[in-house]
Design a protein around this ligand. Structure first.
Ligand SMILES: [Cu+2]
Length: 112
C-alpha cells in the first residue's frame, strides 16, 4: 500500500509536463487557435469601466448556462451608448483562454 501514494504523485506530475511541452511546439509550428463565436442575449447590469461590462445573460448553448457575469469587450467604443438596464444582443469570441465580446447592440431579449 505504500507505493500507491507515490504512483498517484507521479501521475499528477505528468499532465503538467506534457502540457508545457505541447504548448511550446504549437506556438512555433502551427497558426494561433482560431476564434469560436457564440451569439447571446442579455441585460446590461453595470458598465464596469471602459472595456468591461457586467451582463445578465441567457443560456449560451454549447458555451455556458444563464448567469450574471463580467465580460471584457474588444473595443471600448462597443460600450458607447449602452446603459444599465438595456437589453442587448452580443457575440462572444472565444480563443483558447481569451473570452471577450466583439459585437454588441441593443436588442430585445426573448424570454422563455
Ligand atoms: Cu456566463
Amino acid at each position: 500500500m505504500k507505493t500507491l501514494p507515490l504512483l498517484l504523485g507521479l501521475l499528477a506530475l505528468l499532465p503538467a509536463c506534457g502540457r508545457g511541452g505541447s504548448d511550446a511546439v504549437e506556438e512555433s509550428s502551427s497558426p494561433p487557435t482560431s476564434e469560436i463565436y457564440y451569439d447571446a442575449v442579455g441585460t446590461i447590469i453595470t458598465i464596469i469601466n471602459e472595456d468591461h461590462v457586467k451582463i445578465e445573460h441567457d443560456e449560451i448553448p454549447g458555451f455556458m448556462d444563464a448567469m450574471t457575469m463580467n465580460f471584457e469587450v474588444k473595443d471600448p467604443s462597443l460600450l458607447h451608448n449602452l446603459e444599465p438596464g438595456m437589453e442587448v444582443r452580443f457575440r462572444v469570441a472565444v480563443a483558447d483562454r481569451d473570452v471577450h465580446i466583439d459585437q454588441i447592440e441593443r436588442g430585445e431579449r426573448t424570454r422563455k
